[in-house]
Write a protein that binds this ligand. Structure first.
Ligand code: GLN
Length: 191
């Protein structure tokens, strides 16, 4: 299993380390040459979504990656990565990929609660969640599965090949989110 991690800005190194620790192959996506070989999954990391969006366009990565997501490539977006996938941003900003039928609110927890750690449900399990100037989901289409809520806010969702968390699974020792992502990849490969 070969997973490309968008590595233009943000917390990509931590995702690469986490994926490798779980026994899969991970590589950095920095330019179009990096995606010339086939790969099985894509990770959009945390960071600053506005900067990543600009770099995706400047580096010519936007079109080819959007095409791959549209055609079913499994993708995991965490924090800023969730914002990149969202079809709507509640402030009215232009979306990036806009492939996931959700509306997100950026920096949704305000200044005081900018960063925090909690334990809450992800699918059918309690996991540790680390939030850093995180978004949350304010609206979902009926085809979007809600995997986690925290404090009455939606913080993890899945829509077919797309999985997104407002928190950072790469910054905790809990593998649950990666395991679900790997399962999505394996199921697609088996089709
Ligand atoms: N606040 C960032 C944004 O809006 C996301 C923060 C993160 O990815 N840790 O893009």
């Amino acid at each position: 299993m070969r997973i490309g991690v968008l590595a233009v800005q943000g917390a990509f190194a931590e995702h690469i380390a986490a994926v490798k620790k779980l026994g899969a192959e991970a590589f950095e996506i920095r330019n179009t040459g990096d995606i010339s070989q086939p790969f099985d999954g894509l990770i959009l990391p945390g960071g600053e979504s506005t900067v990543m969006k600009k770099l995706l366009h400047d580096l010519g990565l936007f079109e080819p990656l959007k095409k791959k997501i549209d055609s079913g490539l499994p993708v995991l977006g965490t924090c800023a990565g969730m914002i990149l996938l969202a079809k709507n941003i509640d402030s009215g900003e232009e979306p990036c990929f806009g492939t996931m039928d959700i509306t997100v609110k950026r920096n949704a927890y305000g200044r005081q609660l900018g960063s925090f750690v909690c334990t809450d449900r992800f699918a059918d399990k309690d996991i540790t969640m680390r939030f850093i100037r995180a978004p949350y989901v304010t609206e979902t289409d009926s085809s979007v599965e809600i995997l986690s809520g925290h404090d009455n806010k939606i913080v993890a969702v899945r829509q077919n090949n797309q999985l997104a968390t407002a928190f950072h699974p790469e910054l905790t020792d809990d593998n649950t989110v990666y395991m679900l992502f790997f399962k999505i990849i394996e199921n697609r490969a088996g089709k």
